[in-house]
Design a protein. Structure first.
Length: 176
């Protein structure tokens, strides 16, 4: 990731892509399984559906618990804002109208549906987040704080996509 100079109010984004040698339906089963995600993430520790939510659907809510060496531990409620199998699964963190972050998996069929381009995208803000408190304490370092966090997200997203790719391709190979 190259230096962007972005500030939090710019609602900066980061995106990572992988080609997966498995059809979108198989990849969808993985990206829409929120219970799988803590196994693939260093930061996300646990996740569970809330209320009557039992699976991915627009309006469904889930609780995530996370930990970071510099930021400590926290939990957030997320709201599914896009859910169209097998193409897109997205959620807003904390407040769907003014989220602290938005996360999205997009799946595009390749090779007549035999493979998938899997994209993970995230946006910081516009609502306040844990990062906002660090910026409040050191406003002169805002651009660096934002850049470092985006770079962490980019690295972690790459790890997650590589794990999803391996799982999808392993399952696809076993199905053949």
């Amino acid at each position: 990731m190259e230096w962007t100079g972005a500030r939090y109010a710019d609602t900066p984004t980061v995106e990572v892509r992988r080609r997966v040698e498995a059809p979108p339906r198989r990849v969808w089963e993985l990206v829409s399984d929120i219970g799988l995600m803590p196994r693939l993430s260093e930061e996300l520790q646990s996740v569970e559906w809330l209320g009557e939510s039992r699976g991915p659907a627009v309006g469904a809510q889930f609780l995530g618990r996370s930990a970071h060496p510099s930021l400590g531990t926290w939990q957030t409620t997320s709201y599914v804002v896009q859910c169209a199998a097998p193409r897109v699964f997205a959620w807003a963190v904390q407040d769907p109208e003014l989220p602290s972050a938005v996360w999205r998996f997009s799946l595009d069929a390749l090779d007549d549906g035999a493979a998938t381009e899997l994209t993970q995208w995230m946006q910081l803000g516009p609502g306040r987040s844990g990062l906002s408190y660090a910026i409040d304490r050191m406003p002169e370092k805002e651009q660096k704080i934002v850049f470092v966090r985006l770079r962490e997200f980019e690295r972690n997203m790459g790890v997650t996509l590589d794990a999803l790719k391996a799982l999808a391709e392993e399952a696809e190979g076993a199905a053949r």
